[in-house]
Ligand binder design. Structure first.
Ligand SMILES: C[S@@+](CC[C@H](N)C(=O)[O-])C[C@H]1O[C@@H](n2cnc3c(N)ncnc32)[C@H](O)[C@@H]1O
Length: 290
């Protein structure tokens, strides 16, 4: 079924989601993304999917769900995912974590790599949202490491399941909210301020490569290899225990031996992975692949 076959009338009122359809919709989403809507998050799913119903001119969840089941198409799945993810982020969000990467992790990894005769460090922001997190890494690398280690190649990859936020990331133009934590010296050097917009310079943007990637998709995750640092911050909270475990074991395989995994400030891998060992730095915890 194509969505051209739906009526063009845009429902002006919020359509309500029955318990039965809530369960069906959340299973559909969970099986494809690992994102789990607990019972107390029904209102969230209802309001987010209502946006899709309005956009398509569909009058009920039942009709929408039936269409999804009848091969509505992968395009709609992508749009549904775009509408349900929470993309909150900003530059230097977890400042102590970035300070740890700058002052401890990168110097240590560079030294080790040099001893091994490898001139490359790979970093991955695995739930990059609109780019503030991978670009924070890029700012640190540009300012503190590139000139000091000219022989080194620093590769930063930013991935997210949501295609819409990745488009914002590629543009690299932000509002005050996103840039409010950026130290002044970075702002002056690497941003152009015009009206209410802050544009990141090309020299920083080009350090990050963006790709759409579903962390829950084992096949795609197998292609992500050879990383020294992975940040999957503020994303595991949307998963249940099983999907969290699956994602963490995939990330484990993506890391090089001696590489580090970071999660969000209020997240932990305690009880999720025994293979990754917590390392306590002064201000942050990292998980190391032994
Ligand atoms: C709250 S944002 C976190 C952004 C950034 N890491 C930070 O901490 O500021 C969570 C991001 O995870 C992404 N996400 C959710 N489920 C995902 C999945 N299965 N695969 C990849 N990304 C996912 C969302 O699209 C969203 O952009």
């Amino acid at each position: 079924m194509s969505y051209l076959s739906f009526s063009n009338t845009i429902p002006s009122q919020t359509v309500s989601l029955t318990e039965d359809l809530f369960r069906l919709m959340r299973t559909y989403i969970y099986e494809r993304t690992g994102i789990f809507f607990a019972d107390n998050k029904k209102y969230l799913l209802e309001s987010r999917v209502n946006r899709r119903l309005s956009a398509l001119g569909i009058g009920s969840f039942e009709e929408y769900y039936r269409a999804l089941m009848n091969g509505f198409g992968s395009t709609e799945l992508a749009l549904l995912i775009n509408s349900i993810t929470i993309n909150e982020t900003f530059f230097f969000r977890n400042e102590p974590q970035f300070a740890t990467i700058e002052n401890h992790i990168l110097p240590q990894l560079i030294m080790r790599r040099r001893q091994e005769g490898i001139n490359r460090i790979r970093l991955w922001s695995a739930a990059a949202s609109s780019g503030e997190e991978p670009y924070t890494l890029a700012l640190i690398i540009k300012e503190k490491f590139q000139a000091r280690f000219p022989a080194f190649k620093f590769e930063i990859v930013g991935t997210d399941i949501n295609t819409q936020v990745l488009d914002v990331a590629k543009r690299g133009i932000y509002k005050e909210y996103s840039v409010r934590n950026i130290p002044a010296e970075y702002m002056q050097k690497y941003f152009k301020h015009e009206g209410d917009k802050y544009s990141l310079s090309e020299e920083v943007k080009k350090l990050v490569e963006y790709r759409q990637l579903n962390l829950f998709d084992k096949a795609s995750m197998r292609l992500m290899r050879d990383f020294d640092v992975v940040i999957a911050a503020n994303v595991l909270i949307y998963f249940d225990y099983n999907s969290k475990e699956s994602v963490v074991s995939s990330v484990y395989n993506s890391l090089n031996k001696g590489g580090y995994f970071f999660v969000g400030y209020s997240e932990t891998l305690y009880g999720v992975s025994q293979a990754l060992k917590p390392v306590h730095f002064e201000k942050a915890i990292a998980y190391r692949k032994e």
